[in-house]
Design a protein around this ligand. Sequence first.
Ligand code: SF4
Length: 395
Amino acid sequence: GQCTAVCPVGALVETPHWHEVLETLDGRRRVSAVQVAPATRIAISEEFGMAPGTVSTGRLINALRRLGFDHVFDTNFAADLTAMEEGSELLARLQARQRLPLFTSCCPGWVNWVELNRPALLPHLSTTKSPQQMHGAVTKRGAFARGLGPAFAQGAAEPYVVSVMPCTAKKDEAQRPGVCGDVDHVLTTRELARMIRARGIAFGALPPDGQFDHPLGESTGAGQLFGASGGVMEAMVRAALHLTGQDSALPLEWQQFRGVDAGVKSAEVPGLGRVAVCNGIAAAQRLLETPQWRQDFVAIEVMACVGGCLGGGGEPKSMDPLILHKRMQAVYQVDRQSARRRPHENEAVQELYATQLGHPNSGRAHALLHTSYAARNSARLLLMRFLDCVDRRDG
Ligand code: SF4
């Protein structure tokens, strides 16, 4: 019953990890924490017979607690943090007039593609870690881990960190040099659904009111936007406009970045410049073939999957021709219904800066929340595919 689903980016085959995760949780030798991606809380509903576009955040949290996780956190917390770091990184590059346009880097399908095919673009990639890796770093090396007490301080009981992602390429991202070890196991949305079924948990009958744990479960509507194509740009623009003192003068919602149909979406953002959103890797390739892209844009979002992460290779399969649209509407619904919608309004993010990091893009923020990239040939990816095959044969 092992899964062999293929990532739409064509980079990786899914290696299932849910048996290992259940064994580790059952062993209860380490304090465990899980983080959930924005797209997962929507698409998991489809696995349990609910209408596409149903938001199941509370039930999902309760299911994760039943599975034995000690702390249930939200990737959206780190998405807010990513928007703050990436927004200030963009402002710094605009000021220095360097490495423009800035490309977003939270999609490992896109980062892998650049490293393999267009290494000359590497300086343009944002050095800001993805929300998954940021959350892992903060969970393992921040105040939360230190709060676990003397056992942790002596290195005896490092927390066990799992993420649930809509994405098969996120498994590879967690193994990258420089971030490896911050997330111990990555599960896809589909794998989590299998775990829930394997434990006989009636998902639809769970109370819908589960709440994330604090502080690493706090988020704003901006963080949720990361689940949709255009959402990283919209959240980053919200952050950058705050940092430049314009946030009340300009609209909160940027319809120009939204939707699943257009390949390249763009808008002029006052005070920043023209920005673009590439909806899928093919759209990015087309944009890079135009002669003017370096001059035309100050920032470009690329998500490898059409629709963004809500169309990821780890999400449930669907025959519904409107599936991406329905999931996307649910992303915007969560944002609209959030009490806070700008990344800087996240009180846990504010506290992290006040107590540990200083300010966005500070030296301490770079040490914890930024990374680097390097050209690589396809040998490493081929090796991973080979290991994956061995793994599946053994399984
Ligand atoms: Fe993964 Fe999202 Fe990128 Fe698709 S768009 S490869 S789901 S990070």
